[in-house]
Design a protein around this ligand. Structure first.
Ligand code: ADP
Ligand code: ZN
Length: 559
């Protein structure tokens, strides 16, 4: 009911209330004026003296056409006055007032109720849709991926306001409680392609049990506590993703350079796409040609990441210690590379700002690699018994200096507040210009600012989570984590059959580059094929580009 009432205090309804107030004041004024005139005329015309209250009483009975007739004029001007009062009553009180009430309030309200009735059940033919439970920054980014790939999806929301707001955005929504079998049936859970459970751990468990009692649709769930992973599997989840742990490990692996490890981002059959920091490899300061990565390992360097910018390297590009190399090749080739890089041991010392779940996971990762680290948090973490953190506000330069920021090699900025993260990045960069800063963005919008503040590597929770989920939906095991760059597979568009890569003009037309060509038979994919390679029927394209470039590709080469 409160929500209904709230309707009258919003937007147009609120403006209409003003109009109504104005109109009522006008009516009151009219009644007063008539009452005063009544007294005056009665006295002047008929010599009768009435009180003001009697005047109001007379005016209202006349205007409302009630007309008791207990007080009447007996002269022509009096009759004329009575007639005018009655007529204006008919117009202002009996016609305009109810008409205004209906058109300004009742009609829009009914219309709003009819228009914004949240969907409770999907049409019976809906199938293959992705069902999303729990709408937050992660699933919002996921919906963008799904839209790009033209995969239909439906969001289930127990919150009426949210359901309506999302529906207004043009997203398909079912309004209902996620753990209620009726709502699940309404969302056609049995025909869905995949279920994404992004609620709290207990709610996810409940959802899995409910869904499993109805159907076998695969369920992917995000889990907060890694210890709950097994429970969720027992409840029927096919995948449970400890997102915060993954984020922590990822941040840590990018902050340390000890035994630089390649991080597999994505895989297409035997082809793997991985990234590795240049720092900690023998390639620092060399040009791509000097490094001879391909000759030594068979891997192709398909891109360089530096402070959020992805570039395609040329033979004379110098490999800066702050960059990450993006590589394409097989698992064995990556092993070969790690042999080359693993020999390089460098002294390391990492500062972690924020000891939440993500900071804690980062610390555990470093601990396993025996990289020394210091945790700083303004409060102690009740869920962690393994680490001792320095208790202090990291925004204070004194705390940072005393924790040894000047000597530290790496810094992980992982508080739950992006403004704090941006501030901490800026302040730390100022104190120690050479430190390697890895920062976490809680909202995708803040990635740019973190780079601008001086971060070397930014990881956004939303895009990592969304990437993992979309890969699961596409049936891939591995995960692609890097911010702002996608590796994706497309069938060769028919219009390009028989053309060489150069003539296909894929790069000038879409901005995407071909990483590899998948061939029909069981041959290994052609990694970084030369421009004169002919595109043959049945080939698959593995492309790399930003999400926007992926969109342009889909639009340009639709079939
Ligand atoms: P998550 O679990 O996603 O890592 P949390 O909210 O649990 O997120 O973790 C964020 C941590 O950052 C909290 O432990 C909080 O105390 C800490 N934090 C926030 N602001 C500061 C600050 N200015 N200085 C130190 N620690 C901070
Ligand atoms: Zn911990």
């Amino acid at each position: 009911f409160a929500a209904e009432l709230a309707y009258f205090f919003r937007g147009q309804a609120r403006k209409n209330i003003k109009i109504l107030t104005f109109y009522c004041s006008f009516l009151t004024l009219l009644v007063m004026t008539y009452a005063a005139l009544f007294r005056f005329l009665m006295w002047e015309l008929e010599g009768r003296d009435y009180s003001f209250i009697t005047g109001i009483y007379w005016t209202i009975t006349a205007m409302s056409t009630l007309g008791y007739g207990d007080i009447t004029f007996s002269s022509d001007p009096g009759f004329l006055f009575s007639a005018i009062v009655t007529l204006s009553g008919v117009v202002f009180m009996l016609i305009l007032l109810p008409f205004g009430m209906i058109s300004l309030f009742l009609a829009p309200w009914i219309e709003q109720r009819l228009r914004y009735r949240a969907t409770m059940a999907l049409p019976a033919e809906t199938s293959g849709h992705i069902l999303i439970f729990g709408f937050d920054s992660v699933t919002r980014t996921l919906t963008r991926h799904l839209q790009n790939r033209r995969t239909p999806f439906v969001i289930v929301s127990p919150d009426h306001e949210q359901a309506i707001a999302l529906e207004e955005e043009g997203l398909q929504v079912v309004y209902g409680t996620p753990t209620d079998a009726k709502a699940l049936r309404g969302a056609r859970v049995e025909a869905a392609g995949h279920i994404i459970a992004n609620l709290s751990d207990p709610e996810n468990t409940n959802l899995c049990l409910t869904a499993r009692s109805l159907c076998d649709t695969p369920i992917a769930t995000l889990v907060n506590e890694p210890e709950h992973q097994d429970l969720l599997r027992l409840a029927g989840a096919d995948q449970s993703i400890p997102l915060k742990n993954i984020l922590g490990h990822y941040l840590a692996s990018r902050a340390t350079t000890r035994g630089a490890l390649a991080h597999v981002l994505d895989s297409f059959g035997s082809l793997q796409i991985a990234e590795i920091p240049v720092q900690g490899t023998p390639f620092v300061g060399q040009t791509l040609a000097q490094a001879q990565v391909r000759q030594r390992t068979g891997l192709a360097v398909i891109g360089l990441w530096e402070r959020g910018r992805f570039t395609t390297p040329q033979a004379d590009t110098i490999l800066s210690p702050k960059a990450l190399m993006v590589l394409a090749g097989t698992a064995e080739q990556l092993k070969a590379l790690e042999k080359v890089t693993g020999e390089e041991e460098s002294e390391d010392r990492i500062l972690i700002l924020g000891h939440g779940r993500i900071g804690c996971a980062a610390a555990s990762f470093l601990e396993r690699r025996s990289v020394p680290f210091i945790l700083i948090d303004c409060q102690s973490n009740p869920d962690c018994l393994d680490h001792v953190a320095v208790i202090g506000d990291a925004t204070s330069p004194k705390v940072l200096r005393e924790s040894g920021i000047q000597e530290a090699k790496g810094l992980i900025v992982t508080t739950n507040d992006d403004s704090t993260n941006i501030f901490l990045t800026l302040a730390s960069r100022h104190i120690n210009p050479d430190i390697r800063i890895v920062a976490r963005a809680n909202r995708e919008e803040n990635v740019e600012q973190l780079y601008a503040a001086g971060a070397d590597f930014v990881v956004s929770n939303a895009s990592v989570g969304a990437n993992i989920l979309s890969n699961i939906i596409e049936g891939k095991e591995s995960i692609f984590l890097t911010e702002g760059i996608n590796v994706f597979r497309r069938d060769l568009p028919p219009e390009l059959i028989g053309k060489s890569i150069q003539d296909s003009r894929i790069r000038p037309r879409s901005g995407c580059s071909i990483v590899a060509l998948e061939r029909d038979d069981d041959q290994d994919p052609l990694v970084v094929p030369p421009p004169e390679t002919i595109l043959a029927k049945g080939m698959g394209l593995i492309l790399i580009g930003s999400p926007e470039q992926e969109q342009v590709f889909s639009r340009t080469f639709r079939h």
